[in-house]
Design a binder for this molecule. Structure first.
Ligand SMILES: CC(C)(COP(=O)(O)OP(=O)(O)OC[C@H]1O[C@@H](n2cnc3c(N)ncnc32)[C@H](O)[C@@H]1OP(=O)(O)O)[C@@H](O)C(=O)NCCC(=O)NCCS
Length: 199
């Protein structure tokens, strides 16, 4: 895949403007990316991005082999409220081709603590360049501003890249292995930054 130059429209994210989130960045191989909030107009981009993913990538993300995103999932992509449901995408090029996505969805706990399920996927050609790290850092900052205290994730035990991203985040992490799956909980502690994102 070629790597077109991203249109640089960098703006510092403001504290309560997650749906306007838009940050230009440069990966360690020099690829210029844009990390921004996913919007209703990204439906076709998300369809195309999914079609580019390899089967194993899809399985690692969804724990199932899928040919495409369902209509319900696409409606969900278009309907993020950026309060309880947040999705950031990483794009390249003037047409903002989607090469990665990170999202969280809040599920309320019995004790009213705001806990969210978090998940990521990065297109294979761009893995290992720090996109998931960046997405996690930005998502954690947005989440903390919305009083989310914990990120949970289900990760395949063999998924060392994802476990590495969580483990390197700086947030206290609890891991519980259940067969082939690892349940990860990150405590989004104040003052602890994930990957240089100012918390
Ligand atoms: C997991 C995933 C999201 C990571 O995305 P990414 O952008 O490649 O992640 P990053 O580049 O930020 O970090 C990956 C880290 O794992 C490391 N890594 C890569 N392959 C590895 C391996 N086989 N063993 C151990 N570490 C590995 C990388 O070196 C990097 O660490 P570093 O930054 O210290 O060098 C991506 O691999 C993916 O989309 N996988 C399929 C979907 C998935 O598993 N989703 C998780 C469900 S929650």
């Amino acid at each position: 895949m070629t790597t077109p130059t991203a249109r640089v429209t960098s703006a510092e994210p403001t504290a309560f403007d997650a749906c306007g989130f838009r940050v230009a960045d440069v990966l360690r191989d020099g690829t210029r990316i844009l990390i921004r909030a996913c919007a209703a107009g990204d439906r076709d981009r998300m369809i195309r991005a999914f079609q580019c993913l390899e089967r194993e990538t899809i399985y690692s993300r969804f724990f199932a082999f899928k040919e495409s995103l369902s209509e319900a999932e696409l409606d969900f992509v278009a309907g993020f409220d950026f309060i309880d449901d947040v999705m950031l995408i990483a794009t390249i090029g003037d047409d903002e081709t989607v090469i990665g996505a990170g999202s969280y969805n809040v599920r309320r706990e019995v004790d009213e603590r705001r806990v969210a399920e978090v998940a990521f996927v990065v297109e294979e050609d761009y893995q290992g360049l720090g996109i998931a790290r960046r997405l996690l850092g930005h998502l954690a900052r947005i989440a903390r501003e919305r009083a989310v205290v914990q990120f949970d994730a289900e990760v395949l035990a063999r998924n060392r890249p994802m476990l590495r991203v969580f483990g390197a985040s700086g947030f206290p992490m609890i891991r519980r292995t259940d067969g082939e799956t690892v349940h990860v909980s990150l405590q989004l502690m104040p003052g602890i930054g994930a990957f240089g994102v100012d918390h």
